[in-house]
Design a protein around this ligand. Sequence first.
Ligand SMILES: C[S@@+](CC[C@H](N)C(=O)[O-])C[C@H]1O[C@@H](n2cnc3c(N)ncnc32)[C@H](O)[C@@H]1O
Length: 258
Amino acid sequence: MRIDNQIYDRIGDGWWDEDNPLNLLQGSFTPGRFAYFRDVLERTGRDPSGRRVVDIGSGGGFLAEEFARLGCRVIGLDPSEVSVRTAVGHANASGLDARYVVAAGERLPLADESVDIAYCCDVLEHVSDLDHVLAETARVLKPGGLYLFDTINRTFASKVLVIKVMQEWRLTRAVDVAWHAWEMFIRPAELADGLRRHGLRLGEITGLGVRAGKLGVLRDFMRVRRGGISIGEFGRALDAGRVKSTRVSYMGYATKPW
Ligand SMILES: C[S@@+](CC[C@H](N)C(=O)[O-])C[C@H]1O[C@@H](n2cnc3c(N)ncnc32)[C@H](O)[C@@H]1O
């Protein structure tokens, strides 16, 4: 199955609309992973204020805006022109200092060793050349720099949940396109290998998932289908964040040695 990354141009003007499928990420994963990233910053003794940060695959700017609010100098990069336009518009309307440029992770328009923090969230499983993206990330990070990530594991569980339930089964799917391709999901050991090959030292990998009870999720899902609640409300009720299991999604960090 070929991944359909054109969806970010087709509906990328609606990242911030509560009824747009892309908005699911904002309510659900954005708060959970950002809380984890803040914890990593604290545990590794990094003050984010004034740091130069690159968001690789910034979409509508959900996480870029969070880092900008921390006082970081953020640049968001994304190959989807429509998404970049949306992110620029939203940051301007919110009075936030975040810049965005149309670019792919395989070719970052940044100088060597020029950023303090780089991150890829829900992006690595979308790129056409993972090795190149990791090489580019390592190149632009300063020595001592931090790399934050989350992505989807290639397991039976992710095939059922992310492929079958979320995008293939007619009764349950959130979108009618190949949002993800299971073959592009990345096992933690594969990512660890890639990071090592490009000189990044893995700090930690932990699970990222839904913490709300299954019955509540099912009830809310039916309410979304009936138009009773928005996709944004559904996402918030999922209470996504750090979990033990890495079977579906996982997040973590790596550092570039001095
Ligand atoms: C699921 S969205 C995640 C967006 C954002 N990181 C977030 O978490 O809100 C995936 C994003 O990856 C972008 N993308 C696809 N291929 C890419 C590539 N080769 N390099 C960088 N970003 C890419 C898409 O345009 C899309 O905005």
